[in-house]
Design a protein around this ligand. Structure first.
Ligand code: AMP
Length: 287
């Protein structure tokens, strides 16, 4: 497995694998089985040259967020990627990605303003900008993202479609622990009793979905939906979540709130963001 620590090195390897189908798995490292399932999906979609990146992107963290404390485990990450058959890993430095005077920002309007948007100002512009730059450098045919970050996935799909980047975007179902807790790099900060509480986030999503599915179709049920979502939030509070940014039922395409139960609930998603102590957890399921 080749490790490229600079843009120059990445470019140097490019000609050696031209003709191959390039599958790209962008990550921030601290890899877990969820990340490895993305590698597997890239392969299943026919990629025969697998490139992962590990880059904790400073511009997607707000000043009060956990950039400096974000878990970093490069040696272990490289061992996992090599064992999974990844061909190349791009591990750039921030000053290589953001040269002096870097002034470009990519904004995906609308989608970036929903769900996490108001709570994480600048986050999705940071994500979109770095992903576009990584796409430009890595030149993948296929790129793989987790449904765990559903808003991010939809934003990347929109960007690829709007800018006609010609990259196939694959969304991969969330890999969970046996408790139902979505695997996440930040889970390693959870102490034991928080882990038990964290599992309630998935249990609450499932129970809330069940309640939503029992609503009559079509009728204007915005108040009923609100009540069900409030009950879900109360469950999270009872489980020990101190701050709930949102529990929302949204359309997949626009991420706007569902205001009446549709015929096809598969086109919608139930999404949540809530804090256990200082740790912000997000999760979502199809409805
Ligand atoms: P991150 O390193 O957290 O930025 O995540 C890198 C990629 O892995 C993103 O596309 C995430 O959506 C995806 N991912 C993170 N956790 C999971 C999970 N539990 N299951 C599937 N994909 C995941």
């Amino acid at each position: 497995m080749m490790v490229s620590e600079s843009i120059a090195s990445l470019r140097g390897h490019f000609t050696e694998n031209s003709g191959k189908k390039r599958g790209f798995i962008p990550t921030m490292g601290a890899l877990h089985d969820g990340h490895m399932s993305l590698v597997e999906q890239a392969r299943r979609h026919g990629a025969d040259y697998l490139i992962a990146s590990i880059f904790v992107n400073p511009t997607q963290f707000a000043p009060h967020e956990d950039f400096s404390k974000y878990p970093r485990s490069l040696e272990a990450d490289l061992a996992k990627l090599a064992a999974a058959g990844v061909h190349e890993v791009f591990v750039p430095q921030a000053h290589d990605i953001y040269r002096d005077g870097f002034a470009t920002e990519v904004t995906i309007r609308g989608l970036s303003e929903q769900l996490c948007g108001p709570f994480r100002p600048g986050h999705f512009a940071g994500v979109a900008t770095v992903v576009l730059k990584l796409f430009t450098l890595v030149k993948p045919h296929v790129a793989v993202f987790g449904e765990k970050d559903f808003q991010q996935l939809q934003i990347i799909r929109r960007m690829v479609s709007d800018l006609e980047l010609g990259i196939e975007i694959i969304g991969v179902p969330t890999l969970r622990e046996s408790s139902g807790l979505a695997q996440s790099s930040r889970n390693r900060y959870l102490v034991e009793n928080e882990r038990a509480a964290a599992a309630q986030i998935y249990a609450t999503l499932l129970a809330t979905r069940q309640d939503l599915l029992q609503l009559p179709t079509g009728t204007d049920s915005v108040e009923k939906i609100g009540e069900i979502l409030n009950q879900g939030k109360a469950k999270l509070t009872a489980a020990g979540f101190m701050k709930i940014d949102y529990l929302a039922w949204v359309w997949n395409d626009s991420l706007l709130p569902v205001t009446a139960k549709p015929q096809k609930t598969q086109a919608t998603r139930l999404a949540v963001a809530a804090f256990l102590g200082h740790i912000r957890l997000i999760d979502n399921i199809a409805v």
